[in-house]
Design a binder for this molecule. Structure first.
Ligand SMILES: Cc1cc2nc3c(=O)[nH]c(=O)nc-3n(C[C@H](O)[C@H](O)[C@H](O)COP(=O)(O)OP(=O)(O)OC[C@H]3O[C@@H](n4cnc5c(N)ncnc54)[C@H](O)[C@@H]3O)c2cc1C
Length: 569
């Protein structure tokens, strides 16, 4: 087996991965490798639409304290407040840096960067480029990365495991989808930037690639996974595809209406209305639908109307052109004239690989940033536009710290013995000889049905028990999944089987954590425990791998500025 070497290995090339690679590569003496299972620019980050939060106009009334308070309150007080403070301090600098790197922000008449309202923020601080913010941010980072000759890129290479020896990071194993080769990359330091994992849900805004591989690999390598029971449901997933209709639509003034035409948010969040935090808006929509006030959407699916018709053609064409294009092409609906049918869709993982304030994991040599990480900035519920921002801030920090560590490390740590690397390769390709009945596609569908049905906006103990039993049954099938394609090149059948294992491991963590957490906080809403319980549950869940299933432990929340109070909008 071929063995390659890089001082710093970045796995993932979304906003977090690109930003980390740039920062690491600034040390010219280091050799950086960036690996992505899709072409670098096809990472989910290009789909980010609405904006990136930062305090850019302190002279007009915004402040770091206000951004921090909005984030902590939005998080239902589960965010670590030292992490939040670092975040609000750093993000304005990152947006100015992107400005210098050439991003075409949407601008005000005076030429300054424009900002729009977003849910749960008490100031208009979502900085944006029309409704394609993520795409332009990615483009600016990608272009900047081209300047560095010390970066090697590995497009369309699937990382299958994280290697450690004597408790320290030493490398990764990689399957090249374009050549079929399986090889090892030895490294001194690593940044996991593999993004989110919502694809265990059927109705989701996420790309097909969001299967949580990095979190699952980290979990199996012994790293703790934090707060995974907190899954965000975005209030406006287009029915029936789940494609995101950005929160910026409501930021620009769109209304949510039930079948009677009422702006029902008046009942649930009188002050903030449609711009209440996502957990609250999603629960309100779900309640309207369950109580019979939904509208019948395409394919008979019950939905809510997102009404932009009063915004006018000019505003929609200038500020929300992609939304219009998507709804015309996919639903034959022109939002200038008609409302859009939407409902809550699985959208974001507040949890992830446990890290400290610097994005360091407990294993020396491994850092983690972006959606795969849990610092924890978002606590029990993330505010819209804080995620792209988090990717930039901790992309930079983790790239910097990993580079510093690699520069100090004289020798490459040894890889595990060849026989162990060979075992990893065999464990993947031996699936060709499986004659099991089930395919990964059938198992993934069944998992999605289970997660959509029992682990959604509202949860109950009984439903979660049912889901856990089903997940455990499905998990047993993973080693025997039938793979019909026996080639090693672009074998999406085999990749889907590997991803199924990752999705099932993570689903088991979500449900185990959700069953244990007997309270409702942020996005985790239990019908059988409807209130927040700060006495027993103001703490982070930590899940550790065991062959029988996750072992849970808890750690305290860092509170530096604000004690928990009732959350009202
Ligand atoms: C439709 C949509 C719109 C959004 N809009 C906004 C918004 O307006 N504002 C906001 O703040 N947030 C938004 N978000 C959330 C935000 O975009 C994401 O949380 C963020 O972009 C995640 O970035 P990331 O760098 O962590 O990972 P990603 O961009 O998801 O990238 C993951 C990377 O990891 C690689 N990878 C994964 N597994 C493997 C493997 N096994 N081997 C090798 N490589 C692997 C992938 O190839 C990819 O390069 C949106 C999300 C979606 C889905």
């Amino acid at each position: 087996m071929r063995k390659l070497k890089h001082d710093v290995i970045v796995v993932g090339s979304g906003l977090a991965g690109l930003r980390a690679a740039i920062e690491a590569a600034r040390n010219e003496k280091l050799d950086v490798g960036i690996i992505s299972k899709v072409q670098l620019m096809r990472s989910h980050s290009v789909c980010a639409e609405g904006g990136t939060a930062a305090v850019m106009q302190p002279e007009l009334g915004d402040s770091l304290e206000l951004h921090a308070w909005d984030t902590v309150r939005g998080a239902d007080f589960l965010a670590d407040q030292d992490v939040v403070w670092r975040f609000v301090e750093e993000i304005p600098k990152e947006l100015l840096l992107l400005e210098h790197w050439g991003i075409p922000w949407s601008r005000r008449k005076d030429g300054r960067m424009d900002q729009r309202p977003f849910g749960g923020h008490s100031y208009d601080r979502a900085t944006f480029a029309a409704d394609k913010t993520g795409f332009f941010e990615m483009q600016a980072l990608y272009d900047t990365l081209q300047k560095f000759e010390n970066v090697t890129r590995y497009d369309e290479c699937y990382v299958s495991s994280i290697l450690t020896k004597n408790g320290q990071f030493c490398g990764v194993t990689v399957w090249s989808l374009t050549t079929g080769e399986f090889f090892a990359v030895q490294g001194k330091a690593m940044v996991i930037a593999t993004g989110g994992a919502c694809r265990m849900f059927g109705f989701t805004t996420y790309s097909l690639t969001a299967t949580g591989d990095g979190m699952a690999m980290a979990y199996r390598a012994g790293l703790p996974i934090k707060d995974l029971e907190f899954v965000q449901f975005h209030p406006t997933g287009l029915v029936p595809s789940g494609i995101l209709i950005t929160e910026a639509a409501r930021g620009e003034g769109a209304y949510l209406r039930n079948v009677k035409g009422e702006r029902f948010m008046e009942k649930y969040a009188k002050a903030k209305m449609e711009l209440a935090p996502r957990d609250i808006v999603s629960r309100s929509e779900q309640t309207e639908i369950e109580e019979g006030r939904g509208v019948t959407g395409p394919e008979g699916i019950m939905a809510i109307n997102l009404d932009l018709t009063h915004l006018g053609a000019d505003k929609i064409n200038e500020r929300l052109p992609m939304i219009r294009e998507v709804t015309i092409k996919l639903n034959f609906i022109d939002p200038i004239k008609e409302p859009i049918p939407i409902r809550p869709a699985a959208h974001y993982f507040m949890g992830g690989v446990h890290t400290d304030l610097d994005g360091a994991t407990p294993v020396p040599g491994i850092w983690c940033s972006g959606e795969a990480a849990c610092g924890s900035l978002h606590g029990a519920n993330r505010l819209g536009s804080n995620s792209t921002a988090e990717c930039l801030v901790w992309g930079k920090i983790t790239g910097d710290k990993a580079a510093e560590f690699a520069a100090k490390t004289q020798n490459y740590p040894d890889l595990p013995p060849d026989s162990a690397l060979q075992d990893e390769e065999n464990s993947i390709f031996k699936r060709f000889s499986n004659n099991g009945k089930e395919t990964s596609f059938a198992v993934r569908k069944e998992l999605q049905k289970t997660m959509d049905g029992e682990v959604g906006v509202f949860r109950t103990g009984d439903g979660l028990e049912k889901a856990l039993n089903r997940i455990k049954e499905l998990r047993k099938l993973v080693p025997y999944l039938r793979v019909n394609d026996t080639g090693r090149i672009y074998n999406t059948d085999l990749m889907s089987a590997l991803e199924a294992g990752n999705l099932l491991d993570l689903s088991e963590i979500i449900v185990t954590g959700a069953l244990a957490r007997k309270e409702s906080r942020g996005a985790h809403s239990r019908r059988d425990f409807p209130t927040r319980d700060d006495v027993n549950w103001l703490k982070h869940t930590m899940a550790y791998y065991t062959p029988q299933g996750p072992r849970l432990d808890y750690i305290p929340v860092t509170i530096t500025m604000w004690q928990p109070v009732e959350r009202k909008y």
